[in-house]
Design a protein around this ligand. Sequence first.
Ligand SMILES: Nc1ncnc2c1ncn2[C@@H]1O[C@H](COP(=O)(O)OP(=O)(O)OP(=O)(O)O)[C@@H](O)[C@H]1O
Ligand SMILES: [Mg+2]
Length: 380
Amino acid sequence: MNPFIITGKVPAEYFCDRKEESQRIIRGLSGGENICLLSPRRMGKSKLIQFCYENNRIADSHYTFYIDILHTRSLQEFTFSFGQAVFSQLHSQSRKMLEYFIQGLKSINAKFGFDPMTSMPAFTLELGDISRPEYTLEEIFSCLEKADKPCIVTFDEFQQIGKYPEENIEALLRSHIQHLSNVHFIFSGSELHMISQMFLASSRPFYHSASILELDAIDAQEYIPFVSGHFNNAGIKIDDDDIRKIYNLFEGNTYCMQKTFHEVYDTLQSGEICTAGKLRETIDSIMEEAGTGYRLMLSGIPTRQKELLYAIAEDGIAEKIMSEKFIRKYSLASSSAVQTAAAKLKKIDLLTSRGGKYFIPDILLRLYLQKLTNPDKTFI
Ligand SMILES: Nc1ncnc2c1ncn2[C@@H]1O[C@H](COP(=O)(O)OP(=O)(O)OP(=O)(O)O)[C@@H](O)[C@H]1O
Ligand SMILES: [Mg+2]
């Protein structure tokens, strides 16, 4: 079995570190806090939440619900996904609660079916059955509030609610959440500008309603022995310095590192050595694989924005992008054009700025663009 898991559940023995973070989250939730978990993409938020859910302090004494709302486009879809998640979780955990839940959903309970094999209720609802999502939502929350154990609800990719057409969603959700004492929340997301505005701007409903936790990269001191340990177990030699090179290249991004070691691990057998050359080949093939998606994405981006993206990729971390010097260096149109393009790119999270510095948060994309402008480039 490949110990570097990149899809599906990560069993505890293949889960690296996150001791402090998980303790912090578990402590917070047990103490009644709501938590807003932020990080750049693929740093490990979702897996960390699942890891916490499995901890005894949570699993034994709570109902836990996890709803990824990335695909939802409206309050109706949000409510549907939420209801579905609560249903399926209670279905497997408590028949009594499940029945209570269905009875409580007065706005839709006539729509539930029955599984004749198990004589259990079945979730046979269609999206269209949620015709009054505000009511249904209220019913779901009030059922959880009265549950016989405390509940933890994660809304993953929470920034999505900002994209719904309805205008008062934040206020609506906030007004429910505020009144719940038996239900605590994790709001998780990767579109930093949207989420942080939601929770940090004093004018917004969610202001001060959750503790913000920014998930950083796993420490190199934890990650390097984790990797070398798994290679050693398989009888494959790998140099700590080479692991560190991968760590530095990807700035500790969990997915990129795990993907690299996963792929290279598959090509090696006991007695072999995982050399820097092998790692280089692996990165090239990962880049090639990701290229299909990136090319498609780039084809939908207007030229001005694309030019800026290339320029910032080449700089790595770019400063003063509206200066004469930067504009001349990369033959960009004008400082106002750069400003407009940067704003657009930030909006779709292809670009991030912090303290006047600009960078492409998707490291793999950044490297991919660098390679496009400079095909001979090697990364480690
Ligand atoms: N502590 C860990 N140990 C080992 N692998 C991990 C760990 N955390 C995350 N991973 C791996 O890293 C990848 C990204 O993790 P995850 O999906 O949790 O990130 P995310 O921050 O939720 O990403 P996204 O922003 O795309 O939702 C996954 O493939 C997962 O298998
Ligand atoms: Mg996630």
